[in-house]
Design a protein around this ligand. Structure first.
Ligand SMILES: NC(=O)c1ccc[n+]([C@@H]2O[C@H](COP(=O)([O-])OP(=O)(O)OC[C@H]3O[C@@H](n4cnc5c(N)ncnc54)[C@H](O)[C@@H]3O)[C@@H](O)[C@H]2O)c1
Length: 252
């Protein structure tokens, strides 16, 4: 199978209890993928699984910023899936605020989830992919990391790290026929953005004026790219960082 479909693929998706991770799980389920859905939010995972019809999907409740939880969760996922074709690192977190007013503990949490969480997931899953001599990893960063974002300085730094790790890991994994790519959403209508809008109510109008395609993304807009990169159709792509931003960012 070489098309942009995930039929019969064995996939781990983090962040699947909400927003983009949930949208990705729904798309993969429609293709007939088999999925381990990882998230810190058990109730949200159950809700997602309830939306997947007859698809094979099971929840793994784990905090991706905790190495022991990631190692145990990934082992369970790979054992139950039987093999691992794609890893979709979607989980992330942010709360905007002034750089100089945020506590160091808050910074540590941002970096722990967005950067360490992605590193841990790669560290725990790469041995299976290398052993198989096949597979792919798609990590979600953010356009904040590509072009900067006011009020999101530490988040942008962590997401910039996800982009950089994508490129170097892609070089390390290429000899094993394993690809590594990165998706950078712009503003996307998910609970993460909705929470930010509560603190800045005029944000959405300003965003729509600035976006060439004149709308904020739906989670399915970015999920469509993750699905493509996780499929065999993208088997000749690696080390790429791609935006889904309605044209808000156009970086050469
Ligand atoms: N929404 C946007 O505008 C936007 C823009 C750019 C990038 N992103 C990125 O897209 C990804 C998905 O975000 P979203 O908008 O769907 O947000 P969301 O809040 O709807 O979903 C994020 C999911 O990650 C999970 N999560 C958070 N911390 C975790 C942890 N420590 N361990 C395990 N799971 C954890 C949450 O429980 C939630 O289910 C994130 O990486 C985010 O940084 C979002």
């Amino acid at each position: 199978m070489t098309g942009a479909t995930l039929t019969d693929k064995r996939i781990i998706i983090t962040g699947a209890a909400s927003g983009l991770g949930r949208a990705m799980a729904i798309m993969a389920a429609a293709d007939g993928a088999h999925m381990a859905l990882m998230d810190i939010n058990a109730k949200g995972l159950d809700e997602t699984i309830g939306m997947l019809g007859d698809a094979t999907a099971f929840p793994i409740v784990a905090d991706i910023s905790d190495w022991n939880a990631v190692e145990t969760g990934v082992k369970e996922a790979v054992d139950r899936l039987g093999r691992l074709d794609a890893v979709c690192n979607v989980a992330g977190w942010d709360e905007p605020g002034r750089f100089w007013e945020q506590s160091l503990e808050f910074w540590e949490k941002i970096v722990a989830i967005n950067l360490w969480g992605t590193l841990y997931m790669c560290r725990a899953t790469v041995p299976s992919l290398v052993e198989q001599g096949a597979g792919t990893t798609v990590s979600v960063a953010s356009d904040a990391g590509r072009v900067g974002s006011k009020g999101e300085t530490v988040y942008a730094a962590a997401k910039g790290g996800v982009m950089a790790l994508t490129k170097s890991l892609a070089r390390e994994m290429a000899p094993y026929n394993v690809t590594v790519n990165c998706v950078c959403p712009g503003p996307m209508m998910t609970p993460l953005l909705q929470a930010e809008m509560e603190s800045t109510p005029k944000l959405i109008e300003k965003l729509i004026r600035a976006i060439p395609l004149r709308r904020v993304a739906e989670p399915s807009d970015a999920a469509a790219l993750i699905r493509f990169l996780a499929s065999d159709a993208a088997s000749y792509m690696t080390g790429q960082v791609i935006s889904v931003s309605g044209g808000l960012t156009m970086v050469g």
